[in-house]
Design a binder for this molecule. Structure first.
Ligand code: SF4
Length: 346
């Protein structure tokens, strides 16, 4: 199979190198591009991303869904349980439990155990906060992959990006504990003006910590990163050029592997094939097609998830969604936010 290319914007137009060889194969996209998916769309999502809460101890300068200690949105206990049962019946391949900080939701471990017991591949995204031996043991038993965010090689840089002292130590301790248990730990690094120059040091630290991969990408223009203050954290062209030079020189490293992604690439694939593979459920129950577009096909507080999915399974070819996605995909270097307010597609 040819690798699917994930690149950092439109390099050829910008006179830059093609960085396509930095990333591995994406089998879902391969299937879609090869037109192997049923033309009427999939009966259920292949992958579900469930944001269990908007609460998070951190206040990262770029947070894509604006999570913070002051945000408390999450579904009622009753709806969480019924939604979990709906998801199990739909039989997706993978469910990613995320947030906010998902461990702020008191049902996090129970949901993880439940999904794992039904054979779903479970992944989760953590900051490193709130972990103790009970959490580490259960998560280690249940997860297929685990992502922990690390936004710098030292507390001064990481904590300044994450908005909280002590967050660096939590992330490092969590990585060490999970690696020690043999878990496939992937690290994500958000490239902002504050930390992008520290990417190489962070890579060296990840190597020492024995993580599987280190991933970075351009900031998506959503959540806090779409505010005026958020814009000021975008790296300069010079900083991006320096990062790309490092990536180019280290394209073949594997321990850990570096992944360099374009956050909006899935839009072009989606617009091309029309069929939806991922469902994102936000902490307030909105169901979307992409983590980076605040455009939703419904809310699980108003109707069953399957009913929403039936409407969105060919959602990329919905005329309203197509228009939104085209606007973003055609102008990747535009710093303006694609959507000022969230949009419901009916
Ligand atoms: S740790 Fe994650 S969820 Fe929390 S504020 Fe940062 S990016 Fe958002």
């Amino acid at each position: 199979m040819q690798p699917v290319y994930t690149i950092f914007g439109n390099h050829k137009d910008r006179g830059r190198e093609d960085f396509s060889h930095f990333t591995g194969e994406d089998y879902v996209n391969e299937v879609m591009n090869a037109r192997l998916a049923p033309p009427e769309g999939l009966a259920a999502p292949l992958s579900i991303m469930w944001e269990l809460t908007s609460k998070c101890k951190n206040r990262c300068i770029y947070c894509y869904n604006d999570s913070s200690p002051d945000r408390l949105e999450q579904l009622s206990d009753k709806r969480m349980l019924s939604l979990a049962n709906e998801i199990i019946e739909m039989k997706p391949f993978n469910i990613c439990l995320t947030g906010g900080e998902p461990t702020e939701n008191s049902h996090y471990l129970d949901l993880m155990l439940l999904f794992a017991s039904y054979g779903l591949k479970v992944s989760t995204i953590l900051s490193g906060a709130n972990l103790n031996s009970k959490y580490i043991n259960i998560i280690s038993k249940c997860v297929d992959t685990l992502q922990i965010s690390l936004d710098g090689s030292c507390p001064e840089i990481h904590d300044s990006v994450r908005g909280r002292k002590g967050s660096f130590d939590e992330a490092i301790n969590a990585i060490r504990e999970f690696v020690e248990k043999g878990i496939d730990v992937r690290v994500s690094f958000a490239s902002t003006s504050r930390n992008i120059d520290d990417f190489k040091n962070t890579y060296d630290l990840c190597k020492e910590l024995r993580v599987t991969s280190l991933r970075t990408q351009r900031l998506a223009r959503v959540g806090r990163a779409k505010s005026k203050t958020g814009f000021s954290f975008y790296p300069s062209e010079e900083q991006i050029d320096n990062l790309e030079k490092f990536l180019y020189e280290n394209a073949k490293v594997r321990n850990p592997m570096i992944e360099y992604a374009e956050p909006y690439l899935h839009l072009t694939t989606g617009m091309d094939v029309g069929i939806t593979t991922l469902a994102r459920i936000t902490s307030s129950g909105d169901v979307g097609i992409s983590p980076y577009l605040e455009a939703y096909f419904g809310n699980v507080n108003e109707e069953p998830f399957q009913q929403i999915w039936n409407r969105m399974k060919k959602g990329w070819h919905n005329s309203q969604m197509y228009e939104i996605a085209s606007k973003v995909a055609m102008d990747l270097d535009n710093m303006e936010s694609p959507l000022e307010e969230k949009v419901y597609i009916r």
